[in-house]
Design a protein. Sequence first.
Length: 329
Amino acid sequence: MTHMPSVLPVSPADVEAAAAVVAPFAVRTPLLSLPVLNERIGSEVFLKPEMLQRTGSFKFRGAFNKLSSIPVDKRGGGVVAFSSGNHAQGVAAAAKILHMQATIVMPSDAPLSKRERTKSYGAGVVLYDRDREDREAIAREIAGKRGATLVKPYDDPFVIAGQGTAGREIAEDMAALGLSPDIVLAPASGGGLIAGVATAVKARFPSAEVIVAEPESFDDHSLSLRAGKRERHHAEGRTICDALMAAIPGEITFAINSQLLSRGVVASDAEVAAAVAFAFHELKLVVEPGGAVGLAALLAGRVDTKDKNVVVVLSGGNVDADMFAKLVA
């Protein structure tokens, strides 16, 4: 798409408003251009390292914007969220800053580091079996009993606008360099990050091509973009990209992404593992598997980058030490 539709659930103005809210608390992550990667790809590549963000992922941006939107007189019941880890930490940290109680429903097989970090911000953690139980139903029941606000991980306009502040920074920093991003590559689970990024980037650079990156078989966004409607992926089992396992795009996120994204690309677990190792050994960056899927697709040659300026969002760095050691060995 090369135009900005007139009415979408989240507007560039919403992202601007979110930027004013999160700026005093979020890290403005830099845009990195590293010679070793440029030489490998043969094009100018810029990395947005959101693992340097507060809580180690982009999720803090959306969580803080959402929690800040809750009227003060409605904050007494606290907040409840459901997440495999990064949204959990974002909500927990935001709640601590805003002096709110937080309870997070997390899968029992979530990386231990993500569970412990969530608790370290003062949040309560309720574990569930992702194969047998409905995490959203559990969260809704807890929220109902406590009079708490349910904070969804992606399908919420305030969350999407908050994530969009990463895209706003990309647009500002590219403009400051006198460059236009030809391709912006970002991962997706429910689609909140890439919806926000696309909203902000295409507001300033309408001709930029925004591409979603997903783990192989967990490609519900790619399937949905091709079908023109929300489609589930057909994956069985797991992927090392534990943060990117949502079965179907969000309703609000897909309303945006169906208009602003051009297509999707995938990377296998082996390609993601190679990207994590490349980022560590060659770029000196610690990226979790889900955060590296865009880089993996780029390194695997899934994107035509010839004579183009490419921006890749590295969405997080919260990876278990044991898994990371195996990936970079």
